[in-house]
Design a protein around this ligand. Structure first.
Ligand SMILES: [Zn+2]
Length: 130
């Protein structure tokens, strides 16, 4: 699966976003090391702290199915259906990635017509770990 295909899967997942409060839909497509793709969308809640991001939804789906090794994640998102700007993962999601992924794990974003690829260590240096 190439970066463009993974971004497309993330875009499809964003169509399921439950975002009645922010209007900001996000989709993620997580590629496991054995080639399986787990998608996720953001799921908001009237008790805002109960909201879950698209990236964590994808990770938790995968882990709950016994998959722990990952190569990359594509993330797209935007307000009111505008997906033209890059949507980098929030800090909590970066920390979840650090729990399961190596520093060279790829984070793929779409910014307009451009694809930007970062490593986890680019976006979360000095990672906390026990
Ligand atoms: Zn997040």
């Amino acid at each position: 699966m190439n970066e463009t295909e993974l971004i497309e899967r993330a875009h499809q997942a964003a169509q399921h976003a439950y975002a009645p409060y922010s209007g900001f839909a996000v989709g993620a497509a997580l590629l496991s090391s054995d080639g399986e793709v787990f998608t996720g969308c953001n799921i908001e809640n009237g008790s805002f702290g109960a909201t879950c991001c698209a990236e964590r939804t994808a990770f938790f789906k995968a882990v709950s199915e016994g998959v722990y090794d990952f190569d990359a994640i594509a993330v797209v998102g935007g307000k009111d259906g505008d997906f033209t700007s890059a949507c980098p993962p929030c800090g909590i999601c970066r920390q979840v990635m650090a729990e399961f992924c190596a520093p060279d794990f790829k984070i793929i974003l779409r910014d307009g017509e451009n694809v930007q690829t970062f490593t986890l260590s680019d976006l979360l240096p000095l990672t906390f770990s026990l």
